[in-house]
Design a protein around this ligand. Structure first.
Ligand SMILES: [Zn+2]
Length: 337
């Protein structure tokens, strides 16, 4: 595989058993389409599913509905160097999949597979294709080479060209339910159940994001951010100072947290102390700001945060320091009425 980040697991996550079975059945009945769009929320494991299915398709001696894990093809897969799998992802520092990258895989798809079976192309995330790249791919979707399977992975289907959407079969990957996810997390993390509950809420229910949060000791990190944002409202630090301290934070993640805090503040304004909060440990801070600000001001800041978050996920390069200063000044103004 071309990309270091490609998964070398031969099995999907346990909560994707149903989707796995669906594709296996299509394989057995030789009715597998040539292009599939794997769609669903971020952090649920769709990419690992795509890679594992590629490994299974290429294994000449599968055991039931799984790759054997022993043959030459499986060894190549596990080393991340299977010549018949191409993984297209944005190149380093780029947020887009470029037309040249797509042309290379189209060329690859037109050749005979080196191991004599399928050739598999995985594009992750598929919405990262710019319009030239997507248009170049369209032709392959219309006239795929024999024994070619294209797996497009996306959490943002609405950002994709409609013509791409309409040429792929679609498979939905909903997130697993909370209890199942907590059980899975408990087996992998030393954190207590109560901390994992909070972590999973902060991760919007996404298992892989939650696991990463647990491994990164995100609660400690979050506690520091909360203390620092609180120090602005107390007049102990300026927005510029705190923006400087926050400059190494992941912008999308940070804005997601701030957005969650704003939701809680709005809930307290509406429901008072009976509000059910996403960040129950922040009830005091949220209550204080709820009392000082207006619903209009909260709504305006929430909209601004959402816009900045969308920008940070897109291809634009933001001036992070300025954006953070702007954010913290706006936060401070919430409490100034
Ligand atoms: Zn095998």
């Amino acid at each position: 595989m071309d990309n270091d980040a490609a998964s070398t697991h031969l099995h999907p996550y346990p909560w994707h058993a149903e989707q796995w079975q669906r594709l296996c059945n299509l394989r057995h009945s030789e009715t597998l389409p040539h292009a599939y769009l794997l769609k669903g929320a971020q952090g649920g494991g769709k990419f690992r599913f795509a890679c594992a299915f590629a490994g299974y398709m290429l294994c000449p001696t599968p055991q039931g509905d799984a790759a054997c894990g022993q043959c030459k093809s499986c060894q190549l897969y596990r080393s991340g160097n299977h010549p018949d799998i191409k993984v297209l992802q944005p190149e380093e520092k780029s947020k887009v999949v470029k037309v040249d990258q797509v042309r290379q895989v189209i060329d690859f798809a037109s050749k005979t597979a080196q191991q004599g079976g399928y050739r598999i192309i995985i594009i992750n995330p598929a919405e990262a294709m710019n319009s030239n790249a997507a248009n170049a791919l369209l032709k392959s979707l219309e006239e795929p080479g024999e024994n070619t399977l294209i797996l497009l992975v996306t959490a943002r289907q609405n950002s994709m060209l409609a013509t791409i959407n309409s040429r792929c079969q679609q498979l939905a990957f909903p997130l697993p339910d909370r209890t199942e996810t907590l059980d899975w997390l408990s087996g992998l993390s030393k954190a207590g159940r109560e901390d994992l509950e909070l972590i999973l809420t902060l991760a919007d229910g996404q298992p892989l994001t939650a696991l990463q949060y647990a491994n990164d000791q995100i609660l400690k990190e979050r506690a520091r951010l909360i203390e620092e944002i609180g120090s602005i409202t107390k007049g102990q630090n300026s927005p510029v100072d705190i923006a400087q301290r926050w400059k190494d934070q992941n912008t999308t993640e940070l804005l997601g947290w701030v957005s969650g805090w704003l939701v809680d503040i709005a809930k307290i304004q509406q429901a008072g102390s009976s509000a059910v909060l996403n960040n129950p440990d922040l009830a005091a801070m949220a209550g204080y700001i709820a009392g000082k600000s207006t619903p209009q001001a909260l709504f305006a800041l929430q909209r601004w945060v959402n816009e900045q978050r969308a920008l940070s996920q897109g291809s634009a390069n933001l001036n992070k320091q300025l954006m953070l200063e702007d954010l913290l000044v706006r936060w401070l103004h919430l409490t100034l009425g």
